[in-house]
Design a protein around this ligand. Structure first.
Ligand code: NAD
Ligand code: GLY
Length: 363
């Protein structure tokens, strides 16, 4: 088992990465003690992995709540149902909410933990690649609104992340590819050598080579840990870098209808759009943008946004949480491995890019 730590003072916590962790009674006892546990999972993940987790939980007061599966259920109703489960189980403030699943389960369960009795502990047990490299770490929790992705939520750090890499064995290939988008993101924003490693290791990653996956998860979590420790609540310009491609991507997800594009797919296309804008601003060369596109294509990720028209696209992008004082701030690339968060770009170039890539008006 590998482990690292998110250094956040009194909210610091460990990330455990490795095979067979969900059934590891010793590890679970260390993380959860003998406390009451509500496991939140969904109807897809529970039949696959809840048995292993239960085998490691020993005897304790244990309740479970299964959510319907899908981004379209990341709603107020789903959130409310988790709170009902906590109340019905008569759990007190010393209970622990365990999120067993992908980013949707983790975001909803974490938000419920943030709100129940003004905040109870929760543990992330991510089962998708995307959740193991990104959503389980850093304490962003929440739900969608019909007007925009993740518009309602709270910062609430987990007390631990337990990433059992065996869980990835049952993940559909499309979901694995979507998770790779967020892994590629870390190379683009922070670590050009890691990007090179991803280019040479991509075939092994797509074939789920355990050593390659473990290395990708480890490096992604290290970069996320470093950034979250610097700017936990995204008050500065650092944590926003983790949102490379997300302003474009969230607009695509919202326009397409939640669940039509996977989050990682929308982020992949969004990262390419951010790179193309960076090229228009003279920051990236054509060869660098081609390199990004080639990697995304090899990973089986989409690189063309839907033709929703630039007005609609901009309207949705302006719902982004990074808008301040009316200014749409974007994460762009000064060079590969060096992202910036800025409002200092040409709005005309953004308009021209959107016109070329999403069309002039909705069809
Ligand atoms: P997801 O949670 O929808 O999971 C993807 C699919 O895989 C689902 O159908 C799920 O049931 C299934 N699944 C999960 N684990 C499985 C397994 N081991 N075997 C088989 N099937 C499995 O999607 P995701 O990509 O994990 O997460 C995307 C969500 O995470 C989005 O809502 C996004 O907004 C959010 N997110 C949050 C953060 C954050 O910091 N909180 C960061 C990135 C993304
Ligand atoms: N996924 C973006 C963040 O955690 O800040």
């Amino acid at each position: 088992m590998d482990s690292l730590r998110i250094e956040l003072g009194e909210r610091a916590y460990p990330i455990y990465i490795g095979p067979r962790l969900l059934g590891d009674a010793g590890l679970l006892e260390r993380v959860l003690g003998r406390r009451d546990v509500l496991v939140v999972s969904n109807e897809t993940v529970a039949p696959l992995w809840l048995g292993r987790l239960r085998s490691g939980l020993g005897t304790r007061r244990l309740a479970q709540h299964l959510l319907p599966d899908g981004e379209q259920y990341k709603t107020m109703e789903a959130f409310s149902a988790v709170l009902d489960a906590l109340v019905n189980a008569r759990f007190n403030r010393d209970c622990v909410v365990v999120a067993l699943g992908g980013g949707v389960v983790g975001d909803i369960a974490g938000f419920a933990a943030a709100c129940y009795q003004r905040g109870v502990d929760f543990v992330q047990m991510p089962t998708t690649l995307l959740a193991q490299v990104d959503s389980s770490v850093g304490g962003k929790t929440g739900i969608n609104h019909s007007g925009g992705k993740n518009l309602i939520g709270a910062f609430h750090q987990p007390i631990a992340v337990v990433a059992d890499t065996d869980a990835l064995s049952t993940l559909p290939q499309r979901e694995l590819r979507a998770g790779l988008a967020e892994v590629i993101k870390y190379g683009l924003i922070r670590d050009e050598p890691f990007l090179g490693w991803l280019e040479s290791s991509l075939d092994a990653l797509l074939a789920r080579d355990p050593a390659a996956l473990a290395q990708a998860i480890r490096r992604s979590c290290e970069i996320k840990a470093e950034i979250v420790a610097l700017d936990e609540r995204e008050t500065g310009a650092t944590r926003a870098l983790l949102n490379l491609g997300h302003t474009f991507g969230h607009a695509i997800e919202t326009a397409a209808g939640y669940g039509a594009w996977l989050h990682g797919e929308a982020v992949a296309t969004g990262m390419l759009l951010a790179a193309e804008l960076s090229q228009r601003l003279g920051w990236l060369g054509v060869a660098e943008v081609d390199r990004i596109r080639a990697l995304l294509v090899r990973a089986g990720l989409p690189t063309d946004p839907p033709r929703l028209g630039r007005t609609r696209m901009l309207q949705l992008m302006r719902m982004d949480k990074k808008v301040r004082e009316g200014q749409l701030r974007l994460v762009l690339l000064k060079r590969l491995g060096n992202a910036v968060f800025t409002a200092d770009y040409s709005a005309d170039e953004l308009e021209l890019l959107l016109k070329a890539r999403v069309g002039e008006a909705a069809p």
